[in-house]
Design a protein around this ligand. Structure first.
Ligand code: PMT
Length: 378
């Protein structure tokens, strides 16, 4: 029944009205926790220990109320406290009345949770306990078990793999109040970091200035300029197996930033710019056995320019986006990537959320690592 896994059960107070905790204790062979102050193992803080030890958290069946509490980050019982304290992937199988499931409030909570990387096993259509018919029945047990197995498999893919990811823009100072920057929000790079983490990688995210909350479980290094990003990358490079350059690094910076604010005292102002270091190019030169992945932000002849960058920078893979295409590139929540591999394969992806783009890119990295491993063993 456990398929080789240790199963620990945390129940809400409402759930205990339907099934006794003793039943789950007998089935799993482990104590069941309900109240946030339950401490079945002396000397251990149960909610932290359970949160940290879990490889995966399945919440099934999840009510509308629990979804709302999770989306808001409430921690008012054992279940929600564990969910807030964990870095493990969370899978949710909702079950509720169709009107409650389709209610805009519930759907907004689902979207909030999905944006944080929580995965849903969608409810099915059927007749509810109350007699209503519609979408809201919990998914079949076999579907839930399969989703758990797939999720666990995925979280092992990159276990032990150290990933270094750059994200966001760089800000190049002109004077103490002005800078040269670009429109990168960091969304794409953070999504790649989140997907890598969900596959079990040890992730270091080197990020330019963004307004985003970094994904849980990721080491974050914050920088402002291209030069600082290069230094941070060089410092972390030895301890990395895969490098992914998602950042929109400013190619040029003002040659001499002013030490005090420039006054408005003339009609013209000419800034002399000098080239910034090419971070990806520098990494590719010291590539060793690493997988090196670049991005290409293009406005014309996207494939041609990306192929040229792939070869010139000696990359294993490049993800190209046409930043003029609606729904793609800077700032938006979606992107359309085309993956180009060093062996010439081209994989166009549809327009999808940046989180899904990150997932597909990480799957591509997993397959590159696997084929490298297979070649080594042959
Ligand atoms: O952050 P978002 O708002 O979500 O937007 C996402 C994105 C459009 C920034 C992202 O999808 C993207 O395309 N990132 C790469 C942006 C870029 O700088 O592209 P490029 O074609 O100019 O550079 C090619 C590659 O070299 C990139 O991997 C870049 O990180 C790297 N580079 C570029 C210049 C430089 N000085 N050093 C670098 O390492």
């Amino acid at each position: 029944m456990h398929a080789g896994h240790t199963v620990r059960v945390a129940m809400t107070h409402s759930a205990t009205r339907l099934i006794s905790p003793d039943t789950f204790a007998a089935l799993t062979g482990n104590p069941v926790v309900v109240d946030v102050f339950d401490e079945p193992e002396p000397g251990q803080i149960a909610h932290i220990r359970l949160a940290q030890e879990a490889d995966l958290i399945l919440i099934a069946p999840a009510t509308a109320h629990t979804l709302a509490r999770l989306a808001l980050g409430l921690a008012d019982d054992m279940l929600t406290t564990i969910a807030l304290a964990t870095h493990a992937p969370i899978l949710i199988a909702p079950a509720m009345n169709p009107a409650m499931w389709t209610h805009p409030a519930t759907q907004a909570h689902v979207q909030t949770l999905q944006a944080r990387g929580v995965e849903f096993i969608d409810p099915t259509y059927g007749i509810m306990a109350c007699g209503d018919e519609g979408w809201g029945k919990i998914a079949d047990t076999t579907v839930i078990v399969q989703a758990v197995q797939q999720c666990l498999q995925r979280t092992q893919d990159l276990r032990g793999v150290r990933m270094l990811i750059t994200a966001g823009p760089t800000y190049e100072p002109i004077d103490p109040v002005r800078f040269v920057g670009n429109r990168s929000s960091g969304k794409m790079g953070y999504a790649v970091a989140e997907a890598a983490r969900a596959h079990g990688a040890e992730v270091t995210l080197i990020t330019g200035p963004t307004a985003l909350t970094p994904p849980a479980g990721v080491k974050v290094v914050r920088v402002q300029t291209a030069q600082q990003m290069l230094e941070a990358v060089q410092e972390a490079l030895d301890a990395c197996d895969v490098f992914i350059a998602t950042a929109a690094v400013a190619d040029y910076r003002p040659e001499r930033p002013l030490s005090s604010k420039r006054k408005r005292n003339s009609q013209h102002w000419t800034l002399r710019m000098v080239a910034n270091p090419d971070i990806l190019g520098t990494v590719a030169q010291r590539k060793g056995n690493r997988i090196v992945v670049g991005f290409a932000a293009e406005t014309d002849k996207a494939l041609q320019h990306a192929q040229e960058k792939l070869q010139r920078k000696n990359l294993d893979l490049i993800a190209v986006n046409d930043v003029l295409e609606p729904g793609s590139g800077f700032e938006v929540d979606t992107n359309r990537l085309t993956l180009i591999y060093a062996d010439g394969r081209i994989e166009p992806l549809p327009l999808m959320s940046k989180r899904e783009c990150g997932e597909r890119l990480i799957q591509a990295v997993v397959s590159l690592l696997h084929s490298r491993q297979t070649r080594r063993e042959a």
